[in-house]
Design a protein around this ligand. Structure first.
Ligand SMILES: C[S@@+](CC[C@H](N)C(=O)[O-])C[C@H]1O[C@@H](n2cnc3c(N)ncnc32)[C@H](O)[C@@H]1O
Length: 211
């Protein structure tokens, strides 16, 4: 990997050039992300005024979904233009949309959120960052809080040349577990586009028993 490589710089132009329809970022559904929706369809997730954080929120639909379920939602993305889209699309929502970087210290966020949602951000960053990014996401989860991770998981060894996206491997679950989280449920959905890759929807819980 070249030294000057900056792992997040390719997102901003995609969102800057995206039209009202969201055309540009290939992952943007402009509605609740389908795998997240599949998980929600099996749950009765209610916020009850609890806090939620959406990591790499993109066009903002998943944050709006959580807000509609009663969560007090903060949603952030490294792309300023993505956040501008969110604010333009959802001007009346109660969601706090923020430009922010997973690689930065986000003061006051450690252990603060009752529900953390991560969809496809880890795999959008090269494998060498995986431990750091997983550590930061896991650390946002409050005591007794939950983390939901939607990721493409394959069996192939990850290398810089093979992505993006850099499909995770089953081992990434252990990295979350090392950060004090326990798997509470998992749905695996087949992904047609690349043989051997599946979409894993994994729910984790933090509790003191894991420390
Ligand atoms: C593959 S997209 C997924 C977006 C959204 N979660 C979805 O499923 O539609 C990855 C997102 O993570 C954001 N992102 C990448 N690196 C980031 C970082 N270091 N901090 C915050 N957001 C980041 C990108 O701008 C992009 O919106």
């Amino acid at each position: 990997m070249p030294d000057e490589y900056r792992p997040t710089e390719w997102f901003e132009p995609l969102y800057r050039d995206a039209g009202e329809s969201g055309a540009g970022p290939s992952w943007a559904h402009m509605e609740t992300q389908p795998s997240f929706k599949a998980w929600l369809d099996q749950k009765d997730l209610k916020g009850g005024d609890r806090s939620a954080l959406v990591v790499g929120c993109g066009m903002g639909d998943d944050a709006i979904e959580l807000s509609s379920r009663g969560f007090k939602v903060t949603a952030f993305d490294v792309s300023e233009s993505a956040i501008a889209h969110c604010n333009r699309r959802f001007p009346d929502s109660d969601v706090t949309f923020l430009q922010g970087d997973l690689f930065a210290e986000n003061a006051g966020w450690a252990g603060r959120f009752d529900f953390v949602l991560e969809i496809y951000t880890i795999q959008a960053l090269p494998p060498r960052y995986e431990d750091e990014v997983i550590g930061r996401i896991a650390d946002y989860v409050a005591e007794d809080g939950q983390l939901l991770v939607v990721a493409i998981v394959g069996s192939e060894e990850r290398s810089f040349e093979s992505g993006p996206p850099w499909a995770l491997t089953p081992d990434h679950i252990q990295t979350f577990q090392r950060r004090g989280l326990t798997v509470v449920d998992r749905i695996i959905r087949e992904k047609a586009s690349k043989k051997g890759d599946d979409v894993w929807i994994t729910a984790f819980q933090r509790s003191t028993e894991n420390e």
